[in-house]
Design a protein around this ligand. Structure first.
Ligand code: XLS
Ligand code: NI
Ligand code: NI
Length: 437
């Protein structure tokens, strides 16, 4: 096959002084940070949907993307060819992983049988390309939101046949992910939500969503798929309210329906901000529950209220992400997955390289900065000191659960007034972080 990117060779690491836009300034796969390679800390992944399927259209105009390898048809041959192009791209970039929806890689047919056949034909190529390049599948997923049948949702559709269709589709997507040695599988609730409560039985829909996930857990066991399941929070878009709205809502749902042992969270930056949280907040919520799984690395635009899915370039953001991830011991099964798209104005193939290089360098810098902050130790020491009243005396007893309200009353009556508070020193800590950025 002829090259889709003939002018571009493997993206080299050239260091911070380099002026070459097609080189890494900070990401060096083999560089050790706290004894682990950058490759291992970051586990970068390229998404098929934005990078190879997004035509860069918007509600006001047609797509602008120039993708010479696409012949404009929805044929299986075109899809197979595109798969080879995708691997050429990922290989030249040097990312170790990719992720896809079933319908990104192969065209939907007139029937489920035909769709499955199309998928098999492309999976054959994906498998061969994985073998050729050593690139692995971070996670697979099913597109349960694009086809008109999913207008009312999939697992939460009011139409039981649609639930059944979605189940059949996920069954196949799980089989394919398993066949490709996928390390995980993501459930993002596409249209699992509502547009108006006047037509919605929320309790029933939530029960159905949980039933669906239990069926997936059962099937996973049946086929011996060992990959990690993830649920991906997002508060709105396309529905007015998505049931998996943020990390805390997802965790509550998983606990309520006895699914907490089976799914971790796949957190996306732009979804966190749509929910009114920072990404750091979502990471901390997930980590506290032992459910930090993977991240969809992107960023929104503070001025816009929708999911712009931009490539992450803000070093402050990536530093926050890496501090939380490193504190949690790193991503084990998950990765830093660029669920991001180039802007409509960045329509040339080379822009795909610039975008990913920028995202990878931003995270590599975040990693190095976070490691330096950890090595310095002042931040950690401050936080530890701030809670030191719980390390002994009454605080230690509270944490150990050996005192009740009566004991607390006796303690305070004897003491008279609580010990004076100390300053939270927010500004000093913000300055401290800026020493490293
Ligand atoms: C959409 C989601 C989606 C998931 C995978 O907003 O981010 O792309 O990551 O279905
Ligand atoms: Ni995502
Ligand atoms: Ni998004």
């Amino acid at each position: 096959m002829s090259s889709a990117f003939p002018e571009i060779s493997r993206i080299p690491y050239e260091g911070p002084q380099s002026k070459n836009p097609l080189a890494f300034k900070h990401y060096q796969a083999t560089e050790l940070v706290e004894g682990r390679t950058m490759k291992d800390w970051l586990r970068f992944s390229v998404v098929y949907w934005h990078t190879f399927r997004n035509r860069l259209s918007d509600p006001f105009g047609a797509g602008t993307a120039i993708r010479p390898w696409d012949d404009g048809t929805e044929s299986v041959v075109n899809a197979q060819n595109r798969a080879r192009v995708a691997f050429e791209f990922i290989e030249k970039l040097g990312a170790p992983y990719y992720a896809f929806h079933d319908r990104d890689v192969a065209p939907e047919g007139a029937t489920l049988r035909e769709s499955n056949k199309n998928l098999d034909a492309v999976v054959k190529v994906l498998k061969a390309e994985q073998k050729r390049t050593g690139i692995k599948l971070l996670w697979g997923t099913a597109c349960l939101f694009a086809h008109p049948r999913y207008a009312h949702g999939a697992a939460t559709s009011c139409n039981a046949d649609v639930f059944a269709y979605a189940g059949a589709q996920v069954k196949k997507a799980l089989e394919v992910t398993h066949e490709l040695g996928g390390e995980g599988y993501v459930f993002w609730g596409g249209r699992e939500g509502y547009a108006t409560l006047w037509n919605t039985n929320m309790k029933r829909e939530l029960d159905h969503l949980a039933r669906f996930l239990h069926l997936a857990v059962d099937y996973k066991k049946q086929i011996g798929f060992k990959g990690q399941f993830y649920i991906e929070p997002k508060p709105k878009e396309p529905t007015k309210h998505q049931y998996d709205s943020d990390a805390a809502a997802c965790l509550n749902f998983l606990r309520e329906y006895d699914l907490i042992d089976h799914l971790k969270l796949n957190l996306e930056t732009n979804h966190a901000t749509l929910a009114g949280h920072t990404m750091q907040h979502e990471l901390e919520v997930a980590a506290a529950a032992g459910a930090l799984g993977s991240i969809d690395a992107n960023t929104g635009d503070a001025m816009l209220g929708w999911d712009t899915d931009q490539f992450p370039t803000d070093i402050y953001l990536t530093t926050q992400c890496m501090l939380s991830i490193m504190k949690a011991g790193g991503l084990t099964t998950g990765g830093v997955n660029f669920d991001a798209k180039v802007r409509r104005e960045s329509f040339e193939p080379v822009d795909l390289f610039y975008a990913h290089i920028g995202g990878m360098d931003a995270f590599a810098r975040g990693l190095k900065i976070a490691a330096a902050i950890r090595q310095d130790g002042r931040l950690e020491k401050f936080v530890k000191q701030r809670y030191s009243s719980y390390d002994s005396g009454i605080g230690a007893k509270i944490e150990a659960g050996t005192v009740g309200f009566k004991d607390l009353e006796t303690y305070i009556l004897k003491k008279g007034e609580a010990a004076p508070n100390t300053s939270g020193r927010q500004e000093m800590l913000e300055n401290l972080i800026n020493e490293f950025i």
